[in-house]
Design a protein around this ligand. Sequence first.
Ligand code: SF4
Ligand code: SF4
Length: 367
Amino acid sequence: MAELGFGFLRLPMVGEGPEKQVDLDAGKALVDRFLDAGGRYFDTAYTYLDGGSETALRECLVERYPRDRYVLTDKIPSWKPVSYADCGRYYEEMRARCGVAYFDRVLLHWLNADHYDACRKNGGFDFLRALKADGKVKEIGFSFHDTADVLDAILTDHPEVDCVLLQINYLDWENPAVQSRACYETAVRHNRKILVMEPVKGGTLAQVPPEAQALMEAAAPGRSPAQWAIGFVRSLPGVEIVLSGMNQPAQIDENMAAPREMTEGELAVLAKVRAILQAEKAIPCTGCRYCTSGCPKGIVIPDYFKLYNALQRSPGDGWKIRPAFEGLKRQAGAPADCIGCGACQRSCPQHLPIIDLLAQAGAALEK
Ligand code: SF4
Ligand code: SF4
């Protein structure tokens, strides 16, 4: 039965620009709420919030609760170390930032074909194997963003891997760029534990068009769209953990109450909802922000995509969306500032054609 995990990526923030940082008081309240509700699994990564996720986790969780009260996973950035010794330096920095003696799981972060090549050179898998052999970690694995063929090759090469963290949600189930279903079936075939990220697709499945909402409400009165989305992945056999990046106390209560099983009739409802969402032509950005740090023009790409999607869904709300657009342009680079360098596209786990989409969003929002 899949357990809900707390992904420490989308935390509440305070301040603007370079002063922006995790709201630690709000983070502590979220951690308390999650543990009180019976949660115990936390997930972070070296690169989340430029290291701010790990330090916030130390202050909100590690320094306030005994180590046996929670299970903790951290991720080494698979593409950054240049050698085996460098993997060790990242690992020690992760431990120091989090303030823990050990992690329950250590994963290589964001494997795809290119980053797998990097791991062959830097010895990332050798490093994980040694950690486990030395008893420093209970389980090892990797998070993954590529095709099922690449996943099959990596799992075949590495029988020592205990678990794999996959992007699975009902909207991406047959998406050829994400391949949720094919990757899930590959992991099942290799008999590995499955951890799930993006079950609500960065929050985008928490709000669905009225037509879809009506279908959901008729089938299960009172169940929210986010609960439908989490219920879908929770009901998949072999899924052990479903991560959610929660930033409001009510989200914790809502997500914890998501169903653990789905009937054939409920899956048929989700198939209809998927068709409605696919016809909507929203930009399928999850808001992970992997694309923003490398942008030489400081363009807040996901924030523009979010405004564009809001405008698509509710054209009548243009009067309040456009001032938000002007505000963003004052604080950061504008879509029109894009020089087409492509750095963002190389960083996008969703393989979005960001340059074209940014131009499309900018044109719509400027009107
Ligand atoms: S292509 Fe445009 S948006 Fe993307 S990183 Fe380069 S300047 Fe930024
Ligand atoms: S455009 Fe891609 S990398 Fe950027 S926030 Fe959206 S999904 Fe993440």
